[in-house]
Ligand binder design. Sequence first.
Ligand code: MN
Length: 741
Amino acid sequence: MPSAEALNEKKEILIRYRNLLRVCKPRTTRDDKLLIRKAFNLALEAHKDMRRRTGEPYIYHPLEVARISAEEIGLGTTSVICSLLHDVVEDTDYTLEEIRALFGDKVARIIDGLTKISGLFDNKTESLQAENFRKMLLTLSDDVRVILIKLADRLHNMRTLTSMPIEKQLKIASETSFLYAPLAHRLGLYAIKSELEDLAFKHMEPDIFETIFNMVKESEQERKRFIAKFIAPIRRDLAAQKIDNTILARTKSIYSIWEKMRKKEIPFEEVFDLFAIRIVLNVPTEREKSECFNVYALVTDHYRPNKDRFRDWISIPKANGYEALHTTVMSNTGKWVEVQIRSKRMDEIAEKGYAAHWKYKDGNQGESGLEDWLAKIRELLQSPESNALDFIEDFKLNLFSDEIYVFTPKGDLVTLPMKATTLDFAYSIHSHIGNNCIGAKVNHKLVPLNHPLKSGDQIEVITSDKQTPKSEWFDYVTTAKAKAPIKIYVKEERKKHAAEGKSKLKAMFEEYHIEFSTPNLNKFMHFKKITIPANLYLEVYNGTIGYKDLKTCFIEKEGETWFRYLKFPFTKILHPDSSDPSKTKESKEKEKPKTLLLESQVEKISYNIAPCCNPIPGDDVIGLIEKNGEITVHRTNCEPAVIFMSKYGNKVVKSKWVNNDTIRFLAGITIKGFDRMGMIRDITNIISKDLNINIRSLTLETTSGIFEGVLTVYIQNTDQLKTLIDNLKTVTGIERINRIN
Ligand code: MN
């Protein structure tokens, strides 16, 4: 004969079981009900001799977890069954195989996941915990229900945490705030996330929790009066229009009030958004949008809205599916009040997040952002090099950093992490757009690449074919989608530049008649204190290493012996100078001209114009005999030529220009002076109109009123160049003109 107490317990268990069936009812068939009963009976039998720390029968716990899964998260029959059985394999003699035989493979797999992750947090070190969390998420990516049931389990344990010994309370509470609350947040389970945070806070900082809790309570009466007054005219209008509604005043959670006080360093009294008014409309889905806007109009008839704080998440829902109208209005007492307007359906999604989505989507998760997120997590977890600790840090960062929602010019929604910039946005559209991005218009205002974006911004990216990614762009972006292509581009660019620098350096070596050999290259690298050839080439490409360095390294330092670096011995004297005593009679008789006549008809004598000094007709020039017998013409004041002449006069050919009006040579000059209106026009007039000279390029750069210009023109000879310079000197404002050598 069972005791009265036992009978009462049995009665209570049945009451709780019937309550579970009641909350499951909207989504259960007769078969579902039978399965739930089967699971309940098994759990009841398996846990029959067990008690919770509170002294209650153990079955209360799986029953409550099942109720939370169904009612507070919105999960279906499979989850209810798994919730009822979640501790059976771990804590009783039942095996997974028995569960599989009774309930099938799907249920068994979920139970297996739940059993495996349970107790993983018993380890003390951080790294083990992180590794366990990684495992848990691996399991979760097999079936999301595992993690949702785990959250329901944790929520019930947190609600009954007081019965635990104090040190266990602290451990469970910190775990909850460290891992479970952020996880719930990321999954869109807002109500559960807030409750987990508050419960954890309550156990970790009981004094602060109580203080704030009391302050919220003490200010409650005043708040209630204020709210009643505030909503009275809205209520009246809603009633007049016969709109079925519920108006709630939602107070911020204790934990988020504390967060706000701490972050903004303000006292409780200054937390102005302690509560928000929520108007929930019970209207059919097809009318919900128009009704919400109707109610928005009605609210703003009474209170002036802050136009910067209006958010229409109905026309364009948030990436996580959130839908509502948000506005902040000025109350009669001069206090801003946030008002949220949404339908009952929207309200449920807002409270339960993704889980509620599944309910409405009939189990089809195909389009939910959660699937994308899980896919990403799966990728991360499966990559062998991912370190568990790094991973958890990344993961936590992602969890805590809020997202921003911005728009394309066409109004498409783009979700980005907080602190994302215009460049991140450009890359989020396409790597090509990012690579060519030169700036953007944010809300029609021109902004640079590193402009930080805010929720609600509308961004029009401006691109140019000329634009390419720069290494400093790394500092501008936060998203991986932007970082990866920049990295690839910068790396490739480096390679290209190094190759160009190498051929440039080779040409420089050749000009100085230094052999481009490994020993010479090593000597030069050693001289410049560079260890990697690629870095040397890059510096040559950038112009930070040039002729001067080459000269110092090979010519000045080595004094008389510099020629040992020469590529070839100058033994053949093709055009000996008559004054040179070393010349032979034989060569004299060849009747080669003592003076090389340079002109355009190069059929007679072929010559090259030296790129180092770029001589033009009229310049004093000399010819240098190259190894292949070709002659390179330098200006007589050209540095390599001067060195050459001073030592090897007999390998030099005196040269003179033959006048030829039809030939044009490129010459460059720099102009410096004070900028003014019409300066460019005056300069170009002199060049093209007065002197009829063709301009190849003209660039002017002005900094604080001083301009510096580089002009390249096609001219016939030095006389014409001199005339040009003289004429330019007459232009008002031009202070200095120099020819570029
Ligand atoms: Mn449990």
